[in-house]
Design a protein around this ligand. Structure first.
Ligand code: SF4
Length: 329
């Protein structure tokens, strides 16, 4: 069996969900349109090549996006060559398909997010790699390591690139992801890894400052702009005679500008890493030991992809048909 962090997490949170979703079990995945995964994959690719080869973030993201869209056209039509010609020739139809599925919005957002990226790493010594590790008896631990950072003091850190609407570091205190990836990186690279750095790019961007009907710059605190954009606009409107209230607001903005790119470090002591390793092996043993499958209802059901299937199972309904329509393997 192949154990990934998401597989282990799913087993621990609800065995029914794990049984439906895990590739080691039934392996059903929800069919999706352009979603968070699409954007996140493009941002990851841009960061990977930025740190590996020094490539431009936005150009790489755009190249990745264009490649994905071309692949989609080919995939959609791979067995319908005549159709393929029609779709490719009809640019308007193609454009509306891209808009309908939200890919264009993801492209615009991705480019704006990368525009605001601030690189605060000291030295990224390893870049993104998908790794499978033999843990014996035909079992493997697998996962993707986004990078390894060597800090100014020579300590090595596992790096996790994240795209998120919001980021609350407090939630990571009880989250096992940093434990898993810190341990995984140390096992894979056979080096002491002191923790995990979350490199978070928020799915947001600075808006243009608002200009009132009177032609004055707005001083509303919720306009979501940046100090740089605000001052640029102020100079355009007022030239060298910027009013006091605008200067005062810009000073407030300088201190309160929303951080769109956050690096958060989570240190893991050797004792923590050792304890986590023991718990991980216990969990893996449970997963291997023909586990009983039962559901574990709770708050997490609200964002479970299998909720409808699960409810249908309890009713004794035709949940298998529901799976075939809305899910794929
Ligand atoms: S809806 Fe809840 S109980 Fe049902 S599979 Fe999902 S997580 Fe488990």
């Amino acid at each position: 069996m192949r154990f990934s962090y998401s597989d282990i997490k799913s087993f621990k949170s609800c065995r029914r969900k794990w049984d439906l979703s895990s590739k080691n079990r039934q392996g059903w995945r929800k069919k999706r349109k352009a979603d968070a995964l699409f954007l996140g994959s493009g941002i990851h690719k841009a960061l990977e090549f930025y740190y590996r080869k020094g490539w431009d973030l936005k150009k790489t993201f755009l190249a990745w996006y264009n490649h994905q869209i071309n692949e989609m056209i080919i995939k959609t039509n791979e067995n319908r060559l005549e159709m393929k010609k029609e779709v490719i020739n009809n640019r308007e139809d193609f454009r509306s398909m891209i808009n309908e599925f939200g890919y264009n919005e993801q492209k615009v957002l991705g480019l704006k997010m990368l525009e605001n990226y601030s690189d605060t790493f000291n030295n990224i010594v390893k870049t993104e790699k998908y790794i499978t590790m033999d843990i014996g008896m035909g079992n493997y631990l697998s996962g993707k390591i986004d990078g390894i950072e060597k800090d100014k003091d020579g300590f090595l850190w596992n790096v996790e690139h994240k795209t998120a609407k919001n980021f609350n570091p407090d939630k990571l205190d009880t989250n096992e992801q940093p434990d898993f990836y810190t341990l995984f990186a140390s096992l894979v690279y056979e080096k002491d890894i002191v923790g995990t750095i979350y490199n978070v790019l928020l799915k947001d961007y600075y808006k243009e400052p608002r200009v009132l009907q009177s032609g004055e710059l707005s001083t509303a605190k919720n306009q979501g702009t940046s100090y740089k954009l605000y001052m640029k606009k102020a100079k355009e409107i007022y030239e060298d005679d910027i009013p006091n209230n605008i200067i005062k607001y810009s000073e407030w903005l300088k201190k309160n500008e929303k951080e769109l790119c956050v690096q958060h470090k989570i240190y893991k002591t050797k004792k923590e890493q050792h304890n986590f390793k023991i718990q991980l092996l216990d969990t893996i043993n449970d997963m291997l030991d023909n586990p009983r499958i039962y559901k574990n209802p709770g708050l997490h059901c609200n964002w479970c992809d299998y909720k409808e299937v699960c409810l249908e199972m309890d009713k004794g309904g035709n949940w298998k048909d529901l799976l075939k329509v809305e899910f794929e393997k």
